[in-house]
Unconditional design. Sequence first.
Lengths: 243, 190, 190
Amino acid sequence: MPYQVKLEVFEGPFDLLLSLISRHKVNIYDISVAQIAEEYLGYLDEMRQLDLEIASEFVLVAATLLEIKSAGLLPRPRRIEEDDTMTAFEQRQLLIGRLIEYRKFKNAGLALESRLTAERHFFTRQAALEPQFDQLLPDFLAGIDVQEFGVLMRDLLDRERIRLIDSNHIATIKISVEAKLEEVITLLGRAKRLFFKELTKEGKRSDVVVTFLALLELYKCGLIDIRQTDVFGDIEIIKSKIN
Amino acid sequence: MVDHNIKSILESLLFVCDEPLSLARAAAVVEKSEAEVKEGLEELADDFRRGDRGIQLRRVAGGWRLYTHPGHAPYIEKLVISWDSRRLTKATLETLAIIGYKQPITKVSIGGIRGVNSDGAVASLLAKGLIKEMGREKSPGSPILYGTSILFLEKFGLNSLKDLPPLAEFEPDPMARGEIEAGLDEEGAT
Amino acid sequence: MVDHNIKSILESLLFVCDEPLSLARAAAVVEKSEAEVKEGLEELADDFRRGDRGIQLRRVAGGWRLYTHPGHAPYIEKLVISWDSRRLTKATLETLAIIGYKQPITKVSIGGIRGVNSDGAVASLLAKGLIKEMGREKSPGSPILYGTSILFLEKFGLNSLKDLPPLAEFEPDPMARGEIEAGLDEEGAT
């Protein structure tokens, strides 16, 4: 079993409570407040130690739990002095009611997520209009404020960044990196410079990955220099001057 | 059977559209009744489906739109990078679910259900165009009401909000309801 | 006869392409020989033609491309004129924003930022006189560099490109940052 270093991320105090409850495999309706309150507090402590920002709401729920717990230890209220504050029982009912409501939407959120995942398999056409129709379009800049370009650009840059992260898939390596490494060195002995597209012109994804890894290794060892003038442009490989 | 030429024209129109094509607009362009156009679109969608074609016609967000066959997604991905690689966090999805089902709704009410302040999630959904402001609540401070947008329907492949599965489906186990009171009182004290 | 599935995949690919699809590219994507893919495209073009379909497949310089049926042009014109320009032109606006901020820039770099090939949008902006060619990049293939025109400045009442809203103001908001990180975590977990 791998050692769990990372704390789970919870979407709020209700989420944390739900998770604690499910860990005990008990029904929401059967919560043992005492036990849950202790675990909840323990969790808050852990979060503090990791110096994470703790939302005040987390503490509020903890306080509510503690109140319910302590009230449960005392003799039953006689219902004589009725005041404005809720009894522990009422608080508990309220908390449980809210937890049930929350879980309903958490489930609905998961259902939405799977819809979204399914939708990702459908692509729409992203091409521009045929030139003869393009000319007919009403002035597409009408009503556009120059500020909107800034917003568009930010959105685009965000999207690009996320895409770059997303594309971190690792393929099964069939060709060895070492073999590729030697191949590149041999080729560099003959030619002054190489281009990545040329090296990978067979186009197999695994081949591209292996070549890329080999280049990284060579670069790390200081045997080559790498140049790429623009994003997604071809990568130029030159023998390092140092060696 | 709808006149083949009408179907062919509709196919052309769908091809150039970059948003769902409404029945009203299609009918206005081809100068036929909406009923006739609807039949034409349905037949067209059927033709695409039965032919297991690379292009498929779907009804979405109150209109009709062409998409690639979902089974071909791995090939398309080699050619274009998805516009929507941006994921939604669980927090954002929860918030979206609440707005989807409870609209129009205020930020405070959303926070009440999630048990945590949800301003950030609302701002993110607004920025993505998945929700929009829908006026103000008649209550102290007149807080803004939020609801889902057309884009929401499109992105989730829904024709209308009625296509959302009933919220009751997401209730935590209803069997457990009977056990509530009994289990609680005593055990809470231990 | 070419395998129906290959034809269906080719149809999908052609549908999302904003440039003629070359035989080499198509063959690489479907992982078949160029001869087989060529046959598939020819059959597909034939199917469209014989079916008198609203979409037609034609061979043009550099590859194969889908077009609307020429006989339907009057209907398409009617549709295009009826459009609300705002929504339709997102692709073109984005391309213009990129060129505005990143000029001089090549088509490949624009596609890199947008995540999709943008040849059509560039052609449209050129035709409208909003951008112009600005020489060639000193790199393999010496691709054309694009920049905005005087007309672009005029349209927005800008004195110079320095008057574009500074991009530093548009750093990703903390929410988007959080989502980037969340995305990373998910990847790591799988």
